[in-house]
Design a protein around this ligand. Structure first.
Ligand code: DI6
Ligand code: FE
Length: 399
């Protein structure tokens, strides 16, 4: 039982570099998997094809993987955006009780149904923009009850929507007000929640925010020890606003990824390379916070550290749901090539989630792909924030 998709311009991203273009290409899908990918002229003649679809010359790429989002939250923070435009810094606002804490208040006050409805809309928007796998972090609940509620919303989205959802526990995002002055006690609490969240099957990975306005390397280490005891992989919000040595710390735990990385040092890069950690670059947050310090892209490239890209969707530092805008910003702001940007939002995004079954159009990978009304894959990072009008296929089915 094979389904043939023909008349496509394939951008397979096969191998380690190059677009992997096949001008007159076809895909054979068996169940949820790509069975064969190649030029139309080479379609195996003995294949038992039971259905056939014409893609009318569309450009077909692997489905997009948004490997870093904070999709579940209440409220929004447009007022803080205005304050920052008038000169207040992101850190000033956080220290005054705004920032992440403002969203924690709004998230705790929202009903579970409202949290789900809002996150569902956001996930659907990502899907319509070509995303077939999304990671969703907690981190706006900051109590066992509210963190569990947000992670359950992520699990429910995965159950109700066709896209793959990976849930990450980011309880160590910032200090909640009830623990003011007692950061170590809060970290004790987080370490005690993890086994309970794990018992309910609510997490695929554990993340933390290692920063002056969040948690120290020593506190991050304790969260990672608790994750490791449960066999969970770790990731880290590292070196976003200052160099805390977070990337080296995360790499010493074999982190799947280190994310943001504007202040990443040469030692951090070397440690990530040795550990095989992915560098997740987040141009939306860089842009929205009007950062000037660039992540060390040339050095990461030189070291061969895989670079991924994501929306970092959240209400404080990256209120965007446009993966294509992120591709553009990665090129204009961070100087990635259009090909590096697309690899960042596909195969390297998948690696940042520990997923090796997607991100390239090659046989045996998942049949997650997107048909774009475009001629060449470099146009994906060219049109600036335009709605892509794409057709999305997940597990071999159009959604
Ligand atoms: N860094 C970020 O950019 C987001 N979280 C983090 O640790 C921002 C979260 C927020 O401002 O609400
Ligand atoms: Fe983030």
């Amino acid at each position: 039982m094979l389904t043939l998709y023909r008349n496509a311009r394939l951008c397979t991203l096969a191998g380690k570099q190059g677009w992997g273009l096949i001008d007159d290409g076809a895909l054979l899908v068996r169940g949820q998997t790509l069975h064969w990918v190649g030029p139309t002229a080479d379609i195996p003649t003995d294949a038992p094809i039971t259905a056939e679809h014409d893609l009318h010359g569309a450009l077909v790429t692997p489905g997009l993987v948004d490997c870093h989002t904070h999709l579940v939250y209440g409220g929004q923070r447009a007022d803080e955006f205005e304050q920052r435009l008038q000169g207040a810094s992101y850190e000033d606002i956080a220290r005054a009780g705004g920032g992440i804490r403002a969203t924690v208040r709004a998230t705790r006050a929202a009903s579970a149904a409202q949290l789900f409805a809002d996150a569902h809309n956001r996930a659907l928007t990502l899907l319509r923009n070509g995303v077939t796998t999304v990671e969703i972090k907690s981190g706006y609940g900051l109590s066992l009850e509210h963190e569990a509620r947000c992670l359950r919303v992520a699990r429910q989205l995965g159950a109700e929507l066709p896209l793959t959802v990976r849930a990450t526990c980011l309880s160590a995002h910032t200090l909640p007000p009830e623990f003011e002055g007692r950061a170590d006690d809060y970290i004790d609490a987080v370490c005690a929640w993890l086994p309970q969240l794990q018992a309910e099957g609510l997490m695929d990975a554990v993340d933390a925010f290692c920063e002056r306005i969040a948690f120290t390397p020593a506190q991050t280490r304790r969260v990672f020890d608790a994750a490791r005891a449960l066999g969970l992989p770790v990731k880290l919000h590292a070196e976003q606003l200052s160099d805390q040595g977070g990337a080296e710390l995360a790499a010493s735990y074999g982190a799947l990824s280190c994310d943001h990385l504007e202040y990443l040092s040469a030692q951090g890069i070397a440690a990530m390379r040795r550990a095989g950690s992915v560098a997740v670059l987040l141009p939306g947050a860089f842009y929205f916070l009007r950062e000037t310090r660039l992540p060390p892209v040339a050095a990461l490239r030189e070291a061969g550290v895989p670079m991924a890209l994501a929306t970092d969707h959240n209400p404080g530092s990256s209120p965007t749901l446009s993966p294509l805008l992120m591709l553009n910003m990665a090129c204009t702001l961070f100087r990635l090539t259009p090909e590096e940007a697309l690899r960042g939002f596909t195969v390297n995004g998948a690696r940042a989630l520990g997923l090796h079954d997607r991100g390239q159009l090659v046989a045996q990978q998942r049949a997650d792909f997107v048909a774009w009304p475009l001629g060449h894959p470099n146009t994906l990072s060219y049109w600036l924030g335009q709605h892509p009008n794409c057709r999305v296929f997940i597990g071999g089915k159009e959604v």
